[in-house]
Design a protein around this ligand. Structure first.
Ligand code: C2O
Length: 551
Protein backbone atom coordinates (compact mmCIF):
# COMPACT_ATOMS: atom_id res chain seq x y z
CA UNK A 1 0.00 0.00 0.00
CA UNK A 2 1.11 3.51 -0.68
CA UNK A 3 0.02 7.10 -0.02
CA UNK A 4 -1.54 9.15 -2.82
CA UNK A 5 -1.41 12.92 -2.60
CA UNK A 6 -3.81 15.29 -4.35
CA UNK A 7 -4.33 19.03 -4.24
CA UNK A 8 -7.79 20.43 -4.91
CA UNK A 9 -7.85 24.16 -5.56
CA UNK A 10 -11.45 25.34 -5.37
CA UNK A 11 -11.68 28.13 -7.90
CA UNK A 12 -13.94 29.77 -10.42
CA UNK A 13 -13.78 28.73 -14.04
CA UNK A 14 -15.72 29.96 -17.07
CA UNK A 15 -17.53 27.09 -18.77
CA UNK A 16 -19.81 27.25 -21.82
CA UNK A 17 -22.61 24.77 -22.52
CA UNK A 18 -25.85 25.21 -24.53
CA UNK A 19 -24.45 28.59 -25.69
CA UNK A 20 -24.46 29.92 -22.11
CA UNK A 21 -21.20 30.87 -20.47
CA UNK A 22 -21.01 31.02 -16.72
CA UNK A 23 -18.36 31.32 -14.11
CA UNK A 24 -18.68 28.33 -11.85
CA UNK A 25 -17.07 26.74 -8.83
CA UNK A 26 -14.68 23.94 -9.86
CA UNK A 27 -11.76 21.92 -8.59
CA UNK A 28 -8.54 22.97 -10.37
CA UNK A 29 -10.62 24.62 -13.12
CA UNK A 30 -11.80 21.20 -14.37
CA UNK A 31 -15.38 20.17 -15.12
CA UNK A 32 -16.05 17.43 -14.16
CA UNK A 33 -13.27 17.52 -11.59
CA UNK A 34 -10.07 15.46 -11.44
CA UNK A 35 -10.07 11.71 -11.05
CA UNK A 36 -8.75 10.15 -7.84
CA UNK A 37 -7.05 6.83 -8.46
CA UNK A 38 -5.91 4.55 -5.64
CA UNK A 39 -5.63 0.91 -4.77
CA UNK A 40 -7.48 -0.91 -2.03
CA UNK A 41 -5.42 -0.41 1.13
CA UNK A 42 -3.86 2.90 0.04
CA UNK A 43 -3.96 6.06 2.08
CA UNK A 44 -5.33 9.09 0.26
CA UNK A 45 -4.38 12.61 1.30
CA UNK A 46 -6.17 15.51 -0.39
CA UNK A 47 -5.43 19.11 0.44
CA UNK A 48 -8.46 21.27 -0.38
CA UNK A 49 -7.79 25.00 -0.66
CA UNK A 50 -10.78 27.32 -0.97
CA UNK A 51 -10.22 30.30 -3.28
CA UNK A 52 -13.90 31.17 -3.82
CA UNK A 53 -16.38 33.16 -1.77
CA UNK A 54 -18.65 30.17 -1.08
CA UNK A 55 -17.98 27.97 1.94
CA UNK A 56 -17.29 24.43 0.81
CA UNK A 57 -16.54 20.89 1.96
CA UNK A 58 -15.87 17.72 -0.03
CA UNK A 59 -17.41 14.30 0.62
CA UNK A 60 -15.79 11.04 -0.56
CA UNK A 61 -19.05 9.34 -1.33
CA UNK A 62 -19.08 5.66 -0.36
CA UNK A 63 -15.65 5.61 1.28
CA UNK A 64 -16.19 3.91 4.62
CA UNK A 65 -13.91 6.25 6.63
CA UNK A 66 -13.21 3.66 9.33
CA UNK A 67 -12.24 5.69 12.44
CA UNK A 68 -11.69 8.77 10.24
CA UNK A 69 -15.11 10.39 10.38
CA UNK A 70 -13.41 13.82 10.36
CA UNK A 71 -12.58 13.23 6.70
CA UNK A 72 -16.11 12.33 5.60
CA UNK A 73 -17.02 15.86 4.60
CA UNK A 74 -20.74 16.72 4.86
CA UNK A 75 -20.99 20.35 5.98
CA UNK A 76 -22.23 20.83 9.58
CA UNK A 77 -22.31 17.07 10.08
CA UNK A 78 -18.67 15.97 10.33
CA UNK A 79 -17.03 19.34 9.83
CA UNK A 80 -17.65 23.03 9.53
CA UNK A 81 -17.22 24.11 5.92
CA UNK A 82 -13.87 25.36 4.64
CA UNK A 83 -14.12 29.14 4.51
CA UNK A 84 -12.71 31.47 1.87
CA UNK A 85 -8.92 31.47 1.96
CA UNK A 86 -8.78 28.43 4.26
CA UNK A 87 -7.72 24.86 3.59
CA UNK A 88 -8.32 21.42 5.04
CA UNK A 89 -6.49 18.13 4.48
CA UNK A 90 -8.70 15.06 4.07
CA UNK A 91 -6.76 11.97 5.10
CA UNK A 92 -8.19 8.46 4.96
CA UNK A 93 -7.33 4.86 4.14
CA UNK A 94 -9.35 2.73 1.74
CA UNK A 95 -10.17 -0.48 3.63
CA UNK A 96 -11.87 -3.47 2.01
CA UNK A 97 -13.28 -1.58 -0.96
CA UNK A 98 -12.49 -1.71 -4.67
CA UNK A 99 -14.47 -0.42 -7.63
CA UNK A 100 -15.93 2.97 -8.48
CA UNK A 101 -17.08 5.73 -6.13
CA UNK A 102 -17.09 9.50 -6.51
CA UNK A 103 -16.40 12.68 -4.62
CA UNK A 104 -18.57 15.79 -4.51
CA UNK A 105 -19.04 19.06 -2.66
CA UNK A 106 -21.33 18.67 0.36
CA UNK A 107 -22.57 22.18 1.12
CA UNK A 108 -25.75 23.58 -0.43
CA UNK A 109 -25.96 22.70 -4.17
CA UNK A 110 -22.27 23.13 -4.96
CA UNK A 111 -22.02 19.50 -5.98
CA UNK A 112 -23.78 20.46 -9.21
CA UNK A 113 -20.36 21.56 -10.53
CA UNK A 114 -17.91 20.16 -7.98
CA UNK A 115 -17.64 16.40 -8.48
CA UNK A 116 -15.38 13.75 -9.95
CA UNK A 117 -14.67 10.00 -10.04
CA UNK A 118 -12.88 7.86 -7.47
CA UNK A 119 -11.32 4.79 -9.06
CA UNK A 120 -10.26 2.13 -6.58
CA UNK A 121 -8.16 -0.60 -8.16
CA UNK A 122 -7.74 -3.99 -6.48
CA UNK A 123 -4.58 -4.56 -4.42
CA UNK A 124 -1.48 -5.02 -6.54
CA UNK A 125 -1.46 -8.49 -8.11
CA UNK A 126 -5.10 -9.24 -7.24
CA UNK A 127 -7.12 -9.77 -10.43
CA UNK A 128 -10.71 -8.72 -11.08
CA UNK A 129 -13.21 -11.57 -10.69
CA UNK A 130 -14.15 -10.99 -14.37
CA UNK A 131 -12.48 -10.57 -17.79
CA UNK A 132 -9.55 -8.18 -17.62
CA UNK A 133 -10.66 -5.08 -19.51
CA UNK A 134 -8.69 -3.63 -22.39
CA UNK A 135 -9.50 -0.17 -21.06
CA UNK A 136 -11.36 1.46 -18.18
CA UNK A 137 -13.50 4.54 -18.72
CA UNK A 138 -15.29 6.60 -16.05
CA UNK A 139 -18.70 7.81 -17.25
CA UNK A 140 -20.17 10.39 -14.95
CA UNK A 141 -23.71 11.74 -15.30
CA UNK A 142 -24.52 15.25 -14.14
CA UNK A 143 -26.86 18.16 -14.71
CA UNK A 144 -26.32 21.59 -16.21
CA UNK A 145 -28.20 24.75 -15.28
CA UNK A 146 -27.73 27.81 -17.46
CA UNK A 147 -28.34 29.74 -14.22
CA UNK A 148 -26.19 29.49 -11.11
CA UNK A 149 -27.48 26.41 -9.21
CA UNK A 150 -26.88 28.25 -5.93
CA UNK A 151 -29.40 30.88 -7.07
CA UNK A 152 -31.82 28.12 -8.15
CA UNK A 153 -31.84 26.52 -4.70
CA UNK A 154 -31.90 29.85 -2.86
CA UNK A 155 -35.00 30.83 -4.80
CA UNK A 156 -36.72 27.47 -4.22
CA UNK A 157 -36.18 27.71 -0.48
CA UNK A 158 -37.32 31.32 -0.36
CA UNK A 159 -40.55 30.70 -2.27
CA UNK A 160 -41.35 27.34 -0.69
CA UNK A 161 -41.96 25.88 -4.17
CA UNK A 162 -39.91 23.52 -6.32
CA UNK A 163 -36.64 24.50 -8.01
CA UNK A 164 -36.29 25.06 -11.74
CA UNK A 165 -35.41 21.84 -13.52
CA UNK A 166 -31.91 21.73 -14.99
CA UNK A 167 -31.41 22.66 -18.65
CA UNK A 168 -29.58 19.47 -19.58
CA UNK A 169 -28.24 16.19 -18.32
CA UNK A 170 -24.58 15.67 -18.99
CA UNK A 171 -22.22 12.77 -19.57
CA UNK A 172 -18.65 13.58 -18.54
CA UNK A 173 -19.74 17.23 -18.54
CA UNK A 174 -21.26 17.22 -22.03
CA UNK A 175 -25.00 17.48 -22.83
CA UNK A 176 -24.61 15.92 -26.29
CA UNK A 177 -26.10 16.54 -29.73
CA UNK A 178 -29.81 16.26 -28.89
CA UNK A 179 -29.90 19.55 -26.99
CA UNK A 180 -29.98 22.91 -28.74
CA UNK A 181 -26.61 24.46 -29.35
CA UNK A 182 -24.73 21.46 -28.05
CA UNK A 183 -23.54 19.36 -31.02
CA UNK A 184 -19.89 20.25 -30.35
CA UNK A 185 -20.25 19.31 -26.72
CA UNK A 186 -20.66 15.58 -27.17
CA UNK A 187 -18.90 12.86 -25.22
CA UNK A 188 -17.42 10.28 -27.59
CA UNK A 189 -16.26 6.91 -26.42
CA UNK A 190 -13.77 5.66 -29.04
CA UNK A 191 -13.39 1.90 -29.07
CA UNK A 192 -11.70 -0.87 -31.02
CA UNK A 193 -13.60 -3.93 -32.24
CA UNK A 194 -13.47 -7.19 -30.30
CA UNK A 195 -12.36 -5.73 -26.98
CA UNK A 196 -13.75 -5.54 -23.44
CA UNK A 197 -14.17 -2.12 -21.84
CA UNK A 198 -14.92 -1.49 -18.19
CA UNK A 199 -17.32 1.45 -17.93
CA UNK A 200 -17.33 3.01 -14.49
CA UNK A 201 -20.77 4.63 -14.37
CA UNK A 202 -21.48 7.30 -11.76
CA UNK A 203 -24.73 9.18 -11.24
CA UNK A 204 -23.65 12.58 -9.92
CA UNK A 205 -26.89 14.26 -11.08
CA UNK A 206 -28.76 16.23 -8.43
CA UNK A 207 -32.34 15.22 -8.93
CA UNK A 208 -33.05 12.18 -11.09
CA UNK A 209 -32.64 8.48 -11.30
CA UNK A 210 -31.55 7.62 -14.82
CA UNK A 211 -32.08 4.79 -17.25
CA UNK A 212 -28.98 4.24 -19.40
CA UNK A 213 -28.48 2.20 -22.54
CA UNK A 214 -26.12 1.84 -25.52
CA UNK A 215 -27.69 1.05 -28.89
CA UNK A 216 -27.14 -2.54 -30.15
CA UNK A 217 -24.87 -3.44 -27.24
CA UNK A 218 -25.48 -5.50 -24.13
CA UNK A 219 -23.85 -4.53 -20.87
CA UNK A 220 -22.65 -6.91 -18.21
CA UNK A 221 -23.04 -5.56 -14.69
CA UNK A 222 -20.12 -6.57 -12.43
CA UNK A 223 -20.07 -4.14 -9.52
CA UNK A 224 -22.30 -1.70 -7.66
CA UNK A 225 -21.15 0.96 -5.17
CA UNK A 226 -17.63 -0.51 -5.06
CA UNK A 227 -18.77 -4.05 -4.25
CA UNK A 228 -18.63 -6.90 -6.77
CA UNK A 229 -21.97 -8.37 -7.83
CA UNK A 230 -22.94 -11.61 -9.58
CA UNK A 231 -22.46 -10.67 -13.22
CA UNK A 232 -25.60 -10.37 -15.31
CA UNK A 233 -26.34 -9.08 -18.79
CA UNK A 234 -28.75 -6.24 -19.43
CA UNK A 235 -29.70 -3.81 -22.21
CA UNK A 236 -30.93 -1.19 -19.77
CA UNK A 237 -29.44 0.01 -16.57
CA UNK A 238 -30.97 2.06 -13.75
CA UNK A 239 -28.72 4.29 -11.71
CA UNK A 240 -29.85 6.65 -8.95
CA UNK A 241 -28.03 9.79 -7.83
CA UNK A 242 -25.33 8.60 -5.45
CA UNK A 243 -25.00 5.17 -7.05
CA UNK A 244 -22.11 3.82 -9.08
CA UNK A 245 -22.16 0.76 -11.32
CA UNK A 246 -19.37 -0.96 -13.21
CA UNK A 247 -20.31 -2.68 -16.45
CA UNK A 248 -18.36 -4.57 -19.07
CA UNK A 249 -18.97 -3.54 -22.65
CA UNK A 250 -17.83 -6.07 -25.25
CA UNK A 251 -17.42 -4.37 -28.59
CA UNK A 252 -18.51 -6.00 -31.85
CA UNK A 253 -15.91 -8.38 -33.31
CA UNK A 254 -15.59 -6.41 -36.57
CA UNK A 255 -15.87 -2.76 -37.51
CA UNK A 256 -19.68 -2.35 -37.57
CA UNK A 257 -20.04 0.38 -40.23
CA UNK A 258 -22.17 2.36 -37.81
CA UNK A 259 -21.94 4.52 -34.73
CA UNK A 260 -24.14 4.13 -31.68
CA UNK A 261 -25.84 6.51 -29.31
CA UNK A 262 -25.45 5.98 -25.59
CA UNK A 263 -28.38 7.74 -23.93
CA UNK A 264 -29.85 8.36 -20.53
CA UNK A 265 -33.22 9.66 -19.40
CA UNK A 266 -34.92 9.93 -16.01
CA UNK A 267 -37.08 7.37 -14.31
CA UNK A 268 -39.87 9.35 -12.62
CA UNK A 269 -43.30 7.94 -11.88
CA UNK A 270 -45.01 11.23 -11.09
CA UNK A 271 -44.03 14.69 -12.27
CA UNK A 272 -43.21 14.76 -15.96
CA UNK A 273 -41.67 18.22 -15.54
CA UNK A 274 -38.24 16.67 -15.34
CA UNK A 275 -38.43 15.32 -18.86
CA UNK A 276 -35.56 17.24 -20.43
CA UNK A 277 -34.38 13.79 -21.21
CA UNK A 278 -32.24 13.74 -24.27
CA UNK A 279 -28.77 13.15 -22.92
CA UNK A 280 -26.66 11.41 -25.56
CA UNK A 281 -23.08 10.44 -26.08
CA UNK A 282 -21.61 8.46 -28.95
CA UNK A 283 -19.90 5.09 -29.11
CA UNK A 284 -17.53 5.33 -32.04
CA UNK A 285 -15.46 2.44 -33.44
CA UNK A 286 -12.01 3.26 -34.62
CA UNK A 287 -11.84 3.05 -38.42
CA UNK A 288 -9.83 0.10 -39.74
CA UNK A 289 -7.01 1.00 -42.18
CA UNK A 290 -8.98 -0.42 -45.08
CA UNK A 291 -11.76 2.12 -44.49
CA UNK A 292 -9.48 5.13 -44.48
CA UNK A 293 -11.58 7.00 -47.05
CA UNK A 294 -14.79 6.49 -45.09
CA UNK A 295 -16.07 9.40 -43.07
CA UNK A 296 -17.50 8.73 -39.61
CA UNK A 297 -20.16 11.32 -40.31
CA UNK A 298 -21.67 9.25 -43.12
CA UNK A 299 -22.13 6.14 -41.00
CA UNK A 300 -25.63 5.33 -39.79
CA UNK A 301 -26.25 6.26 -36.15
CA UNK A 302 -28.29 3.84 -34.05
CA UNK A 303 -30.38 4.99 -31.12
CA UNK A 304 -31.06 2.70 -28.17
CA UNK A 305 -34.52 1.93 -26.88
CA UNK A 306 -35.00 3.38 -23.45
CA UNK A 307 -37.94 2.55 -21.19
CA UNK A 308 -40.70 5.10 -20.74
CA UNK A 309 -40.15 7.68 -18.00
CA UNK A 310 -42.47 5.84 -15.62
CA UNK A 311 -41.52 2.26 -16.47
CA UNK A 312 -41.45 0.82 -12.96
CA UNK A 313 -41.28 -2.77 -14.16
CA UNK A 314 -37.99 -2.14 -16.04
CA UNK A 315 -36.65 -0.34 -12.98
CA UNK A 316 -37.64 -3.11 -10.60
CA UNK A 317 -36.35 -5.83 -12.91
CA UNK A 318 -32.93 -4.21 -12.90
CA UNK A 319 -32.70 -3.62 -9.15
CA UNK A 320 -33.90 -7.10 -8.21
CA UNK A 321 -31.24 -8.62 -10.47
CA UNK A 322 -28.48 -7.14 -8.32
CA UNK A 323 -26.92 -9.73 -6.00
CA UNK A 324 -23.68 -9.76 -4.05
CA UNK A 325 -20.98 -11.91 -5.57
CA UNK A 326 -20.90 -13.70 -2.19
CA UNK A 327 -17.87 -15.81 -3.09
CA UNK A 328 -15.28 -17.32 -0.75
CA UNK A 329 -12.92 -14.46 -1.60
CA UNK A 330 -15.63 -11.76 -1.44
CA UNK A 331 -18.18 -12.98 1.12
CA UNK A 332 -21.44 -11.21 1.90
CA UNK A 333 -21.36 -10.63 5.66
CA UNK A 334 -25.08 -10.06 6.10
CA UNK A 335 -26.00 -9.48 9.76
CA UNK A 336 -28.13 -12.51 10.71
CA UNK A 337 -29.05 -11.57 14.26
CA UNK A 338 -30.56 -8.10 14.69
CA UNK A 339 -30.07 -5.95 17.81
CA UNK A 340 -32.23 -3.00 16.77
CA UNK A 341 -35.08 -2.58 14.31
CA UNK A 342 -36.23 0.74 12.89
CA UNK A 343 -39.11 1.72 10.64
CA UNK A 344 -38.77 5.06 8.84
CA UNK A 345 -41.30 6.80 6.64
CA UNK A 346 -39.59 8.70 3.87
CA UNK A 347 -41.30 11.44 1.94
CA UNK A 348 -42.38 14.92 1.13
CA UNK A 349 -44.69 17.09 3.19
CA UNK A 350 -45.45 20.68 4.00
CA UNK A 351 -44.50 23.25 6.57
CA UNK A 352 -46.25 26.52 7.47
CA UNK A 353 -45.27 29.55 5.45
CA UNK A 354 -44.86 33.04 6.86
CA UNK A 355 -45.74 35.71 4.28
CA UNK A 356 -44.52 38.42 6.64
CA UNK A 357 -41.08 36.92 6.60
CA UNK A 358 -40.62 37.68 2.90
CA UNK A 359 -41.62 34.17 1.88
CA UNK A 360 -43.93 33.81 -1.08
CA UNK A 361 -45.52 30.50 -0.09
CA UNK A 362 -45.56 28.70 -3.45
CA UNK A 363 -45.91 25.24 -1.89
CA UNK A 364 -49.21 23.31 -1.87
CA UNK A 365 -52.17 25.31 -0.39
CA UNK A 366 -50.08 28.30 0.61
CA UNK A 367 -47.55 26.23 2.55
CA UNK A 368 -43.91 25.54 1.84
CA UNK A 369 -42.57 22.25 0.54
CA UNK A 370 -40.72 20.18 3.09
CA UNK A 371 -39.50 16.61 3.37
CA UNK A 372 -38.99 14.35 6.33
CA UNK A 373 -37.98 11.05 7.84
CA UNK A 374 -40.58 9.82 10.35
CA UNK A 375 -42.29 13.23 9.98
CA UNK A 376 -39.20 15.06 11.20
CA UNK A 377 -37.65 17.56 8.86
CA UNK A 378 -34.00 17.73 9.82
CA UNK A 379 -32.68 21.12 10.83
CA UNK A 380 -29.00 21.54 10.03
CA UNK A 381 -27.16 23.03 13.00
CA UNK A 382 -24.66 25.86 12.60
CA UNK A 383 -21.83 23.86 14.09
CA UNK A 384 -20.73 20.32 13.22
CA UNK A 385 -22.54 17.39 14.85
CA UNK A 386 -19.39 15.29 15.05
CA UNK A 387 -17.50 17.99 16.97
CA UNK A 388 -20.42 18.39 19.37
CA UNK A 389 -20.44 14.63 19.95
CA UNK A 390 -16.67 14.26 20.33
CA UNK A 391 -16.23 17.22 22.68
CA UNK A 392 -19.19 16.29 24.89
CA UNK A 393 -21.32 19.25 23.77
CA UNK A 394 -24.04 17.23 22.06
CA UNK A 395 -26.85 18.59 24.30
CA UNK A 396 -26.19 22.07 22.89
CA UNK A 397 -26.57 20.93 19.29
CA UNK A 398 -28.84 17.89 18.94
CA UNK A 399 -31.10 15.54 20.86
CA UNK A 400 -30.55 11.75 20.82
CA UNK A 401 -34.25 10.98 20.43
CA UNK A 402 -34.88 10.35 16.75
CA UNK A 403 -38.09 8.27 16.69
CA UNK A 404 -37.72 4.57 15.83
CA UNK A 405 -41.09 4.69 14.01
CA UNK A 406 -43.16 7.47 12.42
CA UNK A 407 -44.76 10.13 14.64
CA UNK A 408 -47.94 9.94 12.55
CA UNK A 409 -48.76 6.28 11.95
CA UNK A 410 -48.64 5.64 8.22
CA UNK A 411 -50.91 3.56 6.05
CA UNK A 412 -50.32 3.56 2.30
CA UNK A 413 -53.58 3.89 0.41
CA UNK A 414 -52.36 5.71 -2.69
CA UNK A 415 -54.05 8.98 -1.62
CA UNK A 416 -52.30 11.55 0.53
CA UNK A 417 -53.49 11.98 4.13
CA UNK A 418 -55.14 15.27 5.17
CA UNK A 419 -52.29 16.24 7.43
CA UNK A 420 -49.03 16.55 5.48
CA UNK A 421 -47.32 18.82 8.03
CA UNK A 422 -43.84 17.90 9.23
CA UNK A 423 -42.11 18.97 12.45
CA UNK A 424 -38.61 20.37 12.59
CA UNK A 425 -35.78 19.03 14.69
CA UNK A 426 -32.13 18.09 14.98
CA UNK A 427 -32.67 14.59 16.29
CA UNK A 428 -30.21 11.70 16.01
CA UNK A 429 -30.19 7.97 16.74
CA UNK A 430 -27.42 6.86 19.12
CA UNK A 431 -26.14 3.31 18.65
CA UNK A 432 -23.65 1.39 20.80
CA UNK A 433 -20.60 0.15 18.88
CA UNK A 434 -21.30 -2.99 16.82
CA UNK A 435 -25.10 -2.79 16.99
CA UNK A 436 -26.60 -4.77 14.14
CA UNK A 437 -29.39 -2.73 12.62
CA UNK A 438 -32.36 -3.53 10.45
CA UNK A 439 -34.04 -0.52 8.91
CA UNK A 440 -37.22 -0.62 6.84
CA UNK A 441 -37.83 2.54 4.84
CA UNK A 442 -41.37 3.10 3.62
CA UNK A 443 -42.00 5.69 0.93
CA UNK A 444 -45.15 7.70 1.54
CA UNK A 445 -45.68 9.01 -2.01
CA UNK A 446 -47.18 12.14 -0.47
CA UNK A 447 -47.02 15.16 -2.84
CA UNK A 448 -44.62 13.49 -5.23
CA UNK A 449 -43.96 10.18 -6.85
CA UNK A 450 -40.32 9.35 -7.21
CA UNK A 451 -38.09 6.75 -5.68
CA UNK A 452 -35.91 8.29 -2.99
CA UNK A 453 -32.27 7.23 -3.28
CA UNK A 454 -31.30 7.05 0.39
CA UNK A 455 -27.57 7.31 1.02
CA UNK A 456 -25.91 6.27 4.27
CA UNK A 457 -22.48 7.71 5.04
CA UNK A 458 -19.80 5.56 6.72
CA UNK A 459 -21.28 2.14 5.91
CA UNK A 460 -22.31 -0.28 3.26
CA UNK A 461 -25.62 -1.96 3.93
CA UNK A 462 -27.32 -5.05 2.54
CA UNK A 463 -30.61 -4.63 0.70
CA UNK A 464 -32.45 -7.64 2.12
CA UNK A 465 -35.92 -6.93 0.77
CA UNK A 466 -38.14 -4.58 -1.16
CA UNK A 467 -41.78 -4.38 -2.17
CA UNK A 468 -44.74 -2.20 -3.05
CA UNK A 469 -47.60 -0.96 -0.87
CA UNK A 470 -47.34 -1.22 2.92
CA UNK A 471 -44.51 -3.14 4.50
CA UNK A 472 -45.99 -6.08 6.39
CA UNK A 473 -43.86 -6.76 9.48
CA UNK A 474 -45.40 -10.19 9.96
CA UNK A 475 -44.94 -11.62 6.50
CA UNK A 476 -42.43 -9.63 4.45
CA UNK A 477 -39.37 -10.55 6.59
CA UNK A 478 -39.97 -14.21 5.77
CA UNK A 479 -38.86 -13.45 2.22
CA UNK A 480 -35.75 -11.45 3.10
CA UNK A 481 -32.61 -12.48 1.24
CA UNK A 482 -29.99 -13.08 3.92
CA UNK A 483 -27.64 -15.02 1.62
CA UNK A 484 -26.52 -12.80 -1.27
CA UNK A 485 -28.33 -9.44 -1.09
CA UNK A 486 -26.64 -6.56 -2.90
CA UNK A 487 -24.32 -4.55 -0.66
CA UNK A 488 -24.24 -0.81 -1.31
CA UNK A 489 -24.33 2.71 0.13
CA UNK A 490 -27.34 4.17 -1.74
CA UNK A 491 -30.67 2.47 -2.37
CA UNK A 492 -33.82 3.64 -4.11
CA UNK A 493 -36.82 3.47 -1.76
CA UNK A 494 -39.42 2.64 -4.41
CA UNK A 495 -42.21 5.12 -4.93
CA UNK A 496 -45.22 3.75 -3.06
CA UNK A 497 -43.15 0.91 -1.66
CA UNK A 498 -40.51 -0.04 0.88
CA UNK A 499 -37.00 -1.34 1.15
CA UNK A 500 -35.32 -3.20 4.04
CA UNK A 501 -31.61 -2.87 4.77
CA UNK A 502 -29.23 -4.31 7.34
CA UNK A 503 -25.89 -3.00 8.51
CA UNK A 504 -23.43 -3.46 11.34
CA UNK A 505 -22.66 -0.23 13.20
CA UNK A 506 -18.92 -0.94 13.41
CA UNK A 507 -17.72 2.56 12.55
CA UNK A 508 -17.64 5.10 15.39
CA UNK A 509 -18.65 8.65 14.52
CA UNK A 510 -21.62 10.67 13.31
CA UNK A 511 -23.03 9.47 10.02
CA UNK A 512 -25.38 11.36 7.79
CA UNK A 513 -28.24 9.62 6.00
CA UNK A 514 -30.24 11.48 3.38
CA UNK A 515 -32.06 11.39 0.09
CA UNK A 516 -29.56 11.93 -2.73
CA UNK A 517 -32.15 13.93 -4.67
CA UNK A 518 -30.68 17.26 -3.71
CA UNK A 519 -33.93 19.19 -3.43
CA UNK A 520 -35.26 16.61 -0.98
CA UNK A 521 -32.14 16.99 1.15
CA UNK A 522 -32.64 20.76 1.09
CA UNK A 523 -36.25 20.23 2.21
CA UNK A 524 -35.12 18.14 5.21
CA UNK A 525 -35.14 14.50 4.04
CA UNK A 526 -32.12 13.68 6.17
CA UNK A 527 -31.07 12.50 9.63
CA UNK A 528 -27.93 11.17 11.29
CA UNK A 529 -26.72 8.24 13.35
CA UNK A 530 -24.20 8.46 16.19
CA UNK A 531 -22.14 5.31 16.61
CA UNK A 532 -20.33 5.23 19.95
CA UNK A 533 -16.75 4.08 20.40
CA UNK A 534 -15.98 0.43 21.07
CA UNK A 535 -13.65 -0.75 23.84
CA UNK A 536 -10.55 -1.44 21.76
CA UNK A 537 -8.29 1.24 20.30
CA UNK A 538 -9.15 0.19 16.74
CA UNK A 539 -12.84 0.69 17.56
CA UNK A 540 -12.47 4.34 18.48
CA UNK A 541 -12.87 7.49 16.45
CA UNK A 542 -9.44 9.08 16.05
CA UNK A 543 -8.98 12.65 17.35
CA UNK A 544 -9.70 15.52 14.93
CA UNK A 545 -6.89 16.86 12.77
CA UNK A 546 -5.44 20.21 13.86
CA UNK A 547 -6.65 21.99 10.71
CA UNK A 548 -10.32 20.96 11.14
CA UNK A 549 -12.28 24.02 9.97
CA UNK A 550 -14.09 26.18 12.53
CA UNK A 551 -17.61 27.52 12.06
CU1 C2O B 1 -23.14 11.76 -1.96
CU2 C2O B 1 -24.20 12.89 1.74
O1 C2O B 1 -23.69 12.37 -0.09
Amino acid sequence: ATTRHYKFDIKLQKVTRLCHTKSMVTVNGQFPGPRIVAREGDRVVIKVVNHVKNNISIHWHGIRQLQTGWADGPGYVTQCPIQTGQSYVYNFTIVGQRGTLFWHAHVSWLRSTVYGPIVILPKLGVPYPFTKPHKEVPIIFGEWWNADPEAVIAQALQTGGGPNASDAYTINGFPGPLYNCSAKDTFKLKVKPGKTYLLRLINAALNDELFFSIANHTLQVVEADAVYVKPFATDILLIAPGQTTNVLLRTKPKFPNATFFMTARPYVTGLATFDNSTLAGILEYQLPQSHSTLSMKKLPLFKPLLPALNDTSSATKFTTNLRSLASAQFPANVPQKIDKRFFFTIGLGTTPCDKNNNQTCQGPNGTMFAASVNNISFVTPNTALLQAHYFGKSHEVYTPDFPTSPIHAFNYTGTPPNNTMVSNGTKLVVLPYNTSVELVMQDTSILGAESHPLHLHGFNFFVVGQGFGNFDPNNDPKNFNLVDPVERNTVGVPSGGWVAIRFLADNPGVWFMHCHLEIHTSWGLKMAWVVLDGKLPNQKLLPPPADLPKC
